[in-house]
Design a binder for this molecule. Structure first.
Ligand code: NAP
Length: 499
């Protein structure tokens, strides 16, 4: 399939911009052949204006028709076949098997939302009947529904070129809500973005959706995303990526004359607590499984366990983790920028007094550092994300220092506790503390691997996200892009309308 390298402004291709860039093969560092044009200011304006026009029609599209749209997107993505898998793998250095699995998750996610739209219960359509004879005042008939909020700007992350990109969770939840999407393509996988963007537009045409229900703009510089977020017709932002990027866009959005919500899912270090009973029973297996979780996908997951906590009396467990990490080899990182950030982040930690290293390579490789709870509490930077295959062990003298460290944590996407029934009874307070710190608490498992299902929460208190009241994965993600709306004494004959 011939790539165009241009913006998809609804059904119109545009590439007037003179600033260009290419994707890269991260495994070799080679530039790829397609030239992509960065969107001009006028192209961004056109995409957003078209989205706003489309909104007037799309917001009234009924659930079953939107479901057919989402299901057709899934079919069109599958219809791309091997070219999609090969392109995404080339641009990210992620193995084809991983990309194939991710395509399954992307398609499954579209179908899950379609099922929810057909069922319709998500709208929480609630009626309080009138009581005209109520004293001292009559009660009106009230009906609450969810209505879409308007065009949404979506930014995907480099580490999920399908499931958190063009047709990923943010786009799907916005489209399901009834909101057109203007997607900022990720410069680390622009060709993959174009393939999926065009598949999405074919699905829109096949199912009769208005032109402008989806647009996609390219940009290798921050200006494109910044202009998109500041456009007055954009009503919300879905972002997945780094803390720096998410916070910058959030700050921009709240400074607009009309501030808008930014749902930024950012990095996190996902602390794992190994309690003494669990290590007594199972240290060898836990050390192996933990090392696998740290290095899976070259550690490039937002749910990567970047910190763990164990008692000093269990130090031999840490040695076992180090042994496993020293024997695992990892693949190339997603971009040269991510690689440099990993190497600099680890080098910076290693220079700190109070932190030592138990692994022995200098290049991108599985890395284990250790420190004490006291050092980590005094230096909160220790628990910040270093995106990649590393983890830092926080060694505690006793239960009190485990709890003190847990209390010192900022917000994370997940926390995990490994324990026996006796451990959980003894460390009940740890569960209480962590409940206020994270979006998902995992027991006797690992945080990597996020199920896409109605009960999932992929979110958490700041700085993991900019809005802890929501999730970016799972069907409840739809409520980020709707608002509750109330009709009072809606005249007869209008009840069946779609608003
Ligand atoms: P990124 O560098 O922040 O990029 C994400 C997107 O935001 C890109 O389109 C990027 O465009 C744009 N962007 C970044 N900074 C910007 C700024 N200041 N102004 C305007 N646009 C900006 O993130 P990434 O490297 O792709 O992804 C890795 C990070 O994502 C890790 O920290 C990982 O933990 C996190 N992540 C989080 C989740 C989650 O669900 N919480 C999931 C996956 C990944 P440009 O490249 O043009 O700047």
């Amino acid at each position: 399939m011939e790539l165009t390298g241009g913006q998809l402004i609804g059904n119109t291709l545009a590439k007037a911009g003179s600033r260009t860039f290419t994707g890269f093969n991260p495994a070799t560092g080679e530039a790829l052949s397609t030239i992509f044009h960065e969107a001009t200011g006028a192209e961004i304006d056109r995409a957003v204006e078209l989205a706003d026009q489309a909104f007037q029609q799309y917001r009234k599209v009924r659930g079953a028709e939107k479901a057919a749209f989402l299901e057709t997107i899934a079919e069109e993505i599958l219809g791309l076949g091997a070219v999609l898998i090969e392109t995404a793998s080339l641009e990210t250095a992620l193995p084809e098997a991983r990309i194939t699995g991710e395509r399954g998750r992307t398609v499954g996610q579209l179908r899950l939302f379609a099922g929810m739209l057909r069922d319709g219960k998500w709208e929480n359509d609630t009626t309080d009947p009138a009581q005209p004879d109520r004293q001292p005042l009559p009660k009106p008939a009230l009906r609450q529904v969810q209505i879409p909020i308007g065009p949404v700007a979506v930014f995907g992350a480099s580490n999920f070129p399908l499931a958190v990109s063009v047709a990923g969770g943010d786009t799907v939840s916005a489209l399901a809500a009834g909101c057109p999407v203007v997607f900022k393509a990720h410069p680390a996988h622009p060709a993959t973005c174009e393939l999926v963007g065009r598949a999405l537009l074919r699905a829109a045409a096949k199912t009769g959706m208005p032109d402008g229900v989806f647009s996609m703009v390219h940009g290798a510089s921050h200006e494109v995303g910044m202009q998109l977020v500041q456009h007055p017709l954009i009503k919300a932002v879905g972002f997945t990526g780094s803390f720096r990027g998410g916070k910058a866009l959030f700050d921009l959005a709240v400074r607009r004359p009309e501030p808008i919500p930014v749902y930024a899912e950012m990095g996190s270090t996902n602390p794992v607590f190994f309690l003494p009973g669990a290590l007594q029973k199972n240290a060898a297996a836990l050390a192996q499984a933990f090392a696998n979780s740290v290095t899976q996908g070259t550690g490039q997951f937002c749910t990567n366990p970047g910190i763990f906590v164990a008692l000093n009396s269990d130090k031999s467990f840490v040695g076992q983790v180090a042994e496993h990490l020293n024997s695992i080899s990892v693949g190339a990182m997603l971009t040269s920028g991510i690689r440099d950030a990993f190497l600099n982040g680890i080098a910076h930690l290693k220079t700190q007094e109070g932190i030592s290293s138990l692994t022995h390579t200098e290049d991108v490789a599985p890395t284990l550092l250790i420190t004490t709870t006291a050092h980590a509490i005094d230096n909160p930077g220790v628990t910040e994300e270093v995106f990649g295959p590393s983890t830092i062990g926080i060694m505690a003298d006793n239960k009190a220092s485990v709890l003190a460290f847990a209390k010192s944590l900022q917000g994370h996407l997940t926390a995990t506790i490994h324990g026996t029934a006796e451990d959980f009874a003894e460390y009940r307070e740890l569960i209480d503390i962590l409940t206020l710190k994270v979006g998902r608490l995992v027991f006797n498992g690992f945080p990597t691997g996020v199920e896409v299902s109605p009960a999932m929460v992929h979110g958490g208190p700041f700085p993991a996200t900019t809005d802890a009241r929501s999730t970016s994965v799972g069907t409840t993600a739809i409520y980020r892009f709707t608002r509750p709306f109330c009709f009072q004494d809606l005249p007869g004959g209008l009840e069946g309308e779609k608003w």
